[in-house]
Write a protein that binds this ligand. Structure first.
Ligand SMILES: NC(=O)c1ccc[n+]([C@@H]2O[C@H](COP(=O)([O-])OP(=O)(O)OC[C@H]3O[C@@H](n4cnc5c(N)ncnc54)[C@H](O)[C@@H]3O)[C@@H](O)[C@H]2O)c1
Length: 254
C-alpha cells in the first residue's frame, strides 16, 4: 500500500535539492504532486522525471513571496492534503553584513513565502476535513551559527510559525510540524559556497561536511524520508514539533 495514495501534495521550491527529493518520493508513494517554484524550467525537469516513472505531478510557476500568485496557484489545484513549505534562500553574513535588501529578500522568501502558502492552503484543508503541513526550518533556528544573522532569524520564524499553526488548527484536523536539517548537499549549499568563499570551495565543503559530527552532509533523499513519515498517516499522533535531522550537529558537537 502506497503511503500517500489519493493525497494531493503542494511542495514549494520542489524544483531543486530537498524539495526535489520530497516531490519525487511523495509522487513515488502515490501523491499527486504540485510544485510551486520560481524557476519553472528546473521544476519541469523534476515533473518530467516523475511522470516518466508513472507518477503524477505538475508545475506552477510561482513566486512564493507574492500572495496573489500563491493564492491563484492553490485555487487552480483545488483539494490539498499536504503542504511542504520548502522554498528558501540563503544569506551569509553577520548583522553588519546584512543590508536592508538582504534582510528583505530573506524574509520575503523564507518567512512571507511560508505565510503566503499557509494563507492559501489552510482554508482549503479546513474545508476538506484536515491535512498535514511540514515546514523547513533549520538547525540555525536553535543554534548560534556564525554569519547566519538573517537566515537564522528567518528559520526561527518558521519554527514559531509551525507551532502557531499546530495550535490554532488542531481542531480542524490539521497537523503542523517542522524539520531542522543541518547541512544537506544541494545546489543551495554549493551556491552559497561559490558565492561567499570563491577559491576556497573544496576547503569550505570539507569544513561544512565535518561540522556534522557524523562527518558528512545529509543527502536530500534522507530528508525526504523524514518528510514522508511526518506527512503520512503514520504520523497521525504527531503535531506541534520540530525534528532535527542533523548528523549529531545539535547534541553531539562537543
Ligand atoms: N541545504 C541545506 O543545507 C539546508 C539546511 C537546512 C535547511 N534548509 C532549507 O531547506 C529548504 C530547501 O533548501 P535546498 O538546499 O533544497 O535549496 P535549493 O536552492 O536547492 O532549492 C530551493 C528551491 O526553491 C526555489 N525558490 C527559491 N525562491 C523561491 C521563491 N521566491 N518562490 C518559489 N520558489 C523559490 C528555487 O527555485 C529552488 O527550486 C530551504 O528552505 C532551506 O532553507 C536547507
Amino acid at each position: 500500500m502506497l503511503k500517500l495514495a489519493n493525497k494531493v501534495a503542494v511542495i514549494t521550491g520542489g524544483g531543486s535539492g530537498i524539495g526535489q527529493a520530497i516531490s519525487e518520493l511523495f509522487a513515488a508513494e502515490g501523491a499527486r504532486v504540485h510544485i510551486l517554484d520560481l524557476n519553472a524550467a528546473v521544476a519541469q525537469h523534476v515533473v518530467d522525471g516523475i511522470v516518466a516513472r508513472g507518477g503524477t505531478a505538475q508545475v506552477h510557476a510561482c513566486n512564493v513571496s507574492d500572495q496573489e500568485e500563491v493564492v491563484s496557484a492553490v485555487e487552480s489545484i483545488g483539494r490539498v492534503d499536504i503542504l511542504v513549505n520548502n522554498a528558501g534562500v540563503a544569506h551569509v553574513g553577520n548583522l553588519e553584513k546584512c543590508t536592508e535588501s538582504d534582510f528583505e529578500r530573506i524574509f520575503n522568501v523564507n518567512v512571507k513565502g511560508a505565510y503566503n502558502a499557509l494563507y492559501a492552503v489552510v482554508p482549503v484543508m479546513k474545508s476538506n476535513g484536515g491535512g498535514a503541513i511540514l515546514n523547513l526550518a533549520s538547525i540555525a533556528a536553535v543554534v548560534g551559527i556564525a554569519d547566519r544573522f538573517a537566515y537564522s532569524m528567518s528559520k526561527g520564524a518558521i519554527y514559531a510559525m509551525s507551532m502557531s499553526i499546530a495550535r490554532d488548527y488542531m481542531k480542524d484536523n490539521i497537523r503542523s510540524n517542522s524539520i531542522s536539517p543541518a547541512r544537506v548537499h544541494t545546489p543551495f549549499v554549493d551556491g552559497f559556497i561559490a558565492k561567499n568563499y570563491p577559491g576556497q570551495e573544496s576547503e569550505m565543503f570539507e569544513k561544512l561536511s565535518k561540522s556534522q559530527p557524523i562527518g558528512r552532509m545529509a543527502r536530500p533523499e534522507e530528508i525526504a524520508k523524514l518528510a514522508l513519515f511526518l506527512c503520512s498517516d503514520d504520523a497521525a499522533f504527531i503535531t506541534g514539533n520540530d525534528y532535527p535531522i542533523d548528523g549529531g550537529f545539535i547534541k553531539l558537537n562537543n
